[in-house]
Design a protein around this ligand. Structure first.
Ligand code: NAP
Length: 277
């Protein structure tokens, strides 16, 4: 079995991005990403730092917009304002959000043309209808990894475990658009292992440490681990028990260093596209 290291792919995507951004800079345009932060949270701060680290060398400007804690109206007002600001090309809204406001509701206040992380339900609808739209960066990162790995999705059995609006559902749509035969599993799926064992491509997007073991994987399958679960020791593990799956899968993405690494590069690429690059 091979570990699919996402970092070289992320580096390649960032390099392509930097080249395209510098071309755009000649026209005086600076692709700008605004991040609305409603609730200070260690995971959010870590994510913002890693985004900023990747954005700066690529020439993407990042603007962090803080909102008073618990102020749902403030989040909506900030998103409306940024949507109307011609100097902002991409907008993301970071979770956790204030009580009473969910991401889909907040996402409705991100202009679809600037919705670089596919948070507006309109983006998901357009994706379902086969119209141009931004997909959530994580879902698109999975497709980028499969493409780079040379996985033929045409007619392949793809099983996605997880049906969230941010990962599972858009990913199922992207796999379908790539001509895979797609099955989506969730917490009520009966006989999970029997379903996942059908997969040529198995994607775990659950949020349960090491849920996917050898019994869930078909011989030779490519396994993509989207899950990120904090360990008591302060580390990060995925949804896949990589050591157990090693004997059956042909390839598995590691956590960290797999999907997460590529997600950031994809998101910044979407900012460039939103800026017209
Ligand atoms: P979520 O909204 O909590 O959704 C989890 C999904 O898993 C739900 O559809 C749930 O089913 C399903 N599920 C829960 N327990 C299950 C079980 N025992 N068997 C089968 N399905 C089960 O989570 P999410 O936002 O999609 O995130 C999923 C994971 O991806 C998390 O670990 C998150 O941290 C990670 N993530 C990573 C990135 C990245 O860039 N690497 C980005 C986003 C998220 P029900 O619908 O029936 O409840």
């Amino acid at each position: 079995m091979t570990l699919i290291d996402g970092r070289p792919l992320a580096a390649e995507l960032r390099q392509q991005l930097a080249a395209a951004v510098s071309e755009l800079a000649a026209t005086g345009l600076e692709p700008t990403l605004a991040a609305v932060v409603a609730t200070p949270d260690p995971a959010t701060e870590w994510y913002l730092r890693s985004l900023a680290r990747a954005a700066a060398p690529a020439g993407i400007v990042m603007r962090e917009v803080g909102v008073e804690e618990g102020d749902a109206g403030g989040v909506i007002a900030a998103l409306d304002e940024l949507s109307a600001d011609p100097g902002v090309h991409g907008i993301i809204c970071l979770t956790p959000l204030p009580d009473g406001l969910d991401l889909a509701e907040a996402g409705e206040h991100i202009a679809p043309a600037k919705d670089v992380d596919g948070a507006n339900p309109t983006s998901l609808g357009r994706l379902a209808a086969g119209l141009p739209a931004f997909a959530p960066a994580t879902a698109w990162a999975v497709l980028e990894i499969l493409r780079a790995w040379g996985t033929d999705l045409n007619g392949a059995e793809a099983v996605v475990v997880g049906r969230s609006t941010v990962v599972g559902k858009p990913l199922a749509l992207l796999l379908l658009a790539a001509n895979a035969t797609v099955t989506v599993c969730h917490s009520r799926t009966r006989g999970l292992a029997a379903v996942t064992r059908r997969a040529d491509v198995l994607v775990a997007a659950v949020g349960r440490a090491r849920l996917i073991g050898a019994e869930h994987v078909r011989e030779g399958a490519v396994v993509i681990d989207v899950g990120t679960n904090a360990t008591d020791a302060g580390g990060l593990v995925g949804d896949v028990d990589t050591a157990a799956v090693e004997a059956v899968a042909s390839a598995v993405t590691p956590v960290p260093g797999g999907v997460g690494a590529v997600t950031t590069a994809v998101l910044l690429g979407n900012v460039l596209r939103a800026a017209g690059g």
